[in-house]
Design a protein around this ligand. Structure first.
Ligand code: MG
Length: 457
């Protein structure tokens, strides 16, 4: 069976791979999975082509007899929150998240608000490829689409209810919000204003040709970080296209990796919500400084494979106070088991208000590490076990985590070598106390790997 779903939904370039015909067929397949009478929320982000994408997907859902609630433009976590907390049996979000602007995508959410697991995706794929659709007869097709006008309000109320708004309001905040010219503009500024924050928005008109690339990274946030320091903001926050990620920029204009901000938030949540399990879940791509930092608070770190859905499902299984990825995805279970950029921003305000520190001071309190991300072309997947063995014998004596490739940890250093899930490359992450040590370590690891790759050719 050919795959349709990637790591996070079905994605493709609009009007090239992802045509209205394919969107309609996918809508029929999703509708056939949920079945006649199911009540589903549909929403979209502001990407080019989404006006036809959403109509084509909806046509398929309606033909299968679903009742569709049209939430219009909203972030993915806002749709997910409405699905989880209201009567809906699922949701469909039209978004390509952080991908470049020419992409569109479709995500399926189940009644718990979390993205569908692989088994459900496979069932939808089977219906799609075999064109086995359940369509209803004319007599069942009454008015099938309703508007869900209060989805954003319901979501914003939900976030504000999770934080100590009185504590936050005691301070005069100035925050720069960069929403990648997409739907985060509809929610994050509203949440912050409810918390008494003076908000300065940039890249916040909903433009199908965004001013910056939708993925929040140090190189895409140069202008944003200059604005944060120029206006003397307490911090800046930047979302991806569908606003489930939050990357913070401190008051000195430094773009913080998502695992660093997550470490601060995890400790804060543990101190302020003692009823939650003292455990956090993250993927092997996060820094091990998390463990060093959280150990003193008695918080355990559980490592998983890379992928937000894997993290979410693990948290639901074992219980956790939070889950996160180094790309800025952060999950706070009392709110919902999915990444949520606006919720993360509200928690950051609560943390800074309680600790009475600047974000730059908090950032500097974390252990110092230098991270390099690199990759090597991978000629074939058969060679992967040999590569991983070679890395392990080279780093003998380290502690190994082997849930996704090999992660080796020793004395403030760590190395992760794993085959990419989406490209024919081997991803190599190296982190050390200094830049020089990291470079030296990377050079050694790469030459060891090249020996194996060379021998296999
Ligand atoms: Mg996203």
């Amino acid at each position: 069976m050919r795959r349709l779903f990637g790591t996070d939904g079905v994605r493709g370039i609009v009007n090239e791979w992802f045509t209205p015909e394919r969107a309609l067929r996918l809508g029929l397949a999703i509708g056939s999975y949920f079945g006649e009478g199911a009540e589903i929320v549909v929403g979209r982000d502001a990407r080019a082509g989404n006006e036809f994408m959403v109509r084509a997907v909806m046509a398929g859902l309606i033909s299968s007899g679903l009742r569709v609630y049209d939430a219009g433009l909203l972030p993915t976590p806002a749709l997910q929150y409405n699905v989880r907390r209201r009567w809906f049996e699922g949701g469909v979000m039209i978004t390509a998240s952080h991908n470049p602007p020419e992409y569109v995508g479709v995500k399926v959410v189940l009644s718990d608000g979390v993205e569908a697991p692989r088994e459900v995706e496979a069932e939808i794929e089977r219906a799609y490829w075999e064109e086995r659709f359940r369509r209803v007869s004319w007599a069942s097709l009454g008015e099938r689409v309703r508007r869900l006008d209060d989805a954003i309000e319901f979501y914003v109320d939900g976030i504000v209810s999770q934080v100590d708004d009185e504590l936050i309001k005691r301070r005069e905040w100035r925050v720069v919000v960069d929403t990648a010219n997409n739907v985060g503009a509809l929610t994050t500024p509203r949440v912050l204003r409810r918390l008494g924050v003076k908000v300065l928005t940039i890249n916040s008109d909903l433009s199908h040709i965004p001013y910056r690339e939708p993925e929040p990274l140090p190189n895409t946030l140069n202008d944003t970080s200059k604005i944060v320091t120029a206006v003397g903001a307490d911090f800046g926050v930047a979302h991806d296209g569908d606003a489930d990620r939050a990357i913070f920029i401190d008051d000195r204009g430094r773009v913080m990796p998502g695992d660093r901000s997550a470490a601060l938030l995890c400790k804060h949540i543990a101190e302020t919500r003692p009823g939650l399990p003292r455990r956090v879940v993250t993927a092997v791509s996060s820094s091990t400084l998390i463990e060093e930092y959280l150990r003193s608070s008695g918080i355990e770190v559980v490592w998983t494979r890379v992928g937000s859905i894997v993290i979410a499902r693990k948290m639901m299984e074992i219980g956790a106070l939070a889950g996160f990825e180094e790309n800025g995805g952060f999950m706070f279970p009392p709110h919902q088991y999915v990444r949520d950029g606006a919720m993360t921003t509200a928690l950051m305000l609560e943390f800074l208000a309680r600790e009475r520190v600047k974000l730059s001071e908090a950032y500097d309190s974390l252990p110092k590490r230098y991270l390099i991300k690199d990759k090597l072309p991978l000629p074939n997947r058969e060679v992967v076990p040999k590569v991983l063995e070679a890395v392990k014998s080279m780093l003998e004596g380290a502690r190994f985590i082997e849930v996704d490739g090999v992660k080796a940890i020793w004395d403030g250093n760590w190395v992760l070598v794993r085959p990419s899930g989406t490209e024919p490359v081997l991803r190599i992450f190296v982190e050390s106390p200094t830049e020089k040590e990291a470079e030296e370590l990377l050079r050694k690891i790469k030459s060891e790997i090249m020996k194996v790759l060379g021998a296999g050719q």
